[in-house]
Design a protein around this ligand. Structure first.
Ligand code: ZN
Length: 172
């Protein structure tokens, strides 16, 4: 697990949420990711924690299932929680996801004003929370999101790698 905090401009606010909480949450996110395989979606899962560390929303990638480019795991849990609270502001929440968020999801987390994004594997091709862009910590935006990467990194990586390896062997 490594912290991806920037140059010290960010305040680390850890309330009830600890490293163990992230590990536990990531295990749940990985379970969600596996559920995406049932409908042939890339196995990416997400859970959302409230400020006590309790899981308040969980979902997985449903892009193929719904035929919807926006049906990423992160978007689904943010929307679910906003519906629960009838509020777009998700201050105090932590978004936990198996793969580094794409630009759409990273931006959605900033719009929702979540406190923190915790992710498993980096996405060097499309990651927008460290790899390709760093939207959650872009100083030009009016809200910064703390980042923690590499939680259960290998398990998250293996999940996606084996999905694509299987697909390659299926196609002659
Ligand atoms: Zn996304």
């Amino acid at each position: 697990m490594r912290s991806l905090l920037g140059s010290g401009s960010l305040q680390v606010r850890v309330s009830g949420v600890t490293g163990d909480t992230w590990q536990h949450a990531m295990t749940n996110a990985i379970e969600e990711a596996r559920a995406a395989l049932d409908h042939d979606d890339v196995p990416i899962g997400a859970v959302l924690l409230d400020d006590s560390g309790a899981i308040v929303a969980r979902d997985h990638n449903r892009r193929e299932e719904r035929g919807d480019a926006t049906a990423h795991a992160e978007m689904l849990v943010l929307s679910d929680r906003s519906r629960q609270l009838d509020d777009w502001r998700l201050v105090g929440h932590t978004l936990v996801v198996t793969l580094e968020p794409c630009p759409m999801c990273a931006m959605a987390a900033v719009w929702a004003r979540v406190d923190r994004i915790v992710f498993g594997a980096s996405d060097l091709k499309a990651g927008a929370a460290w790899s390709l862009f760093n939207i959650p910590q872009d100083e030009r935006l009016n809200h910064r999101v703390e980042l923690v990467g590499g939680v259960s990194e290998q398990a998250c990586k293996d999940l996606i790698a084996s999905f694509f390896a299987e697909r390659r062997t299926e196609r002659p």
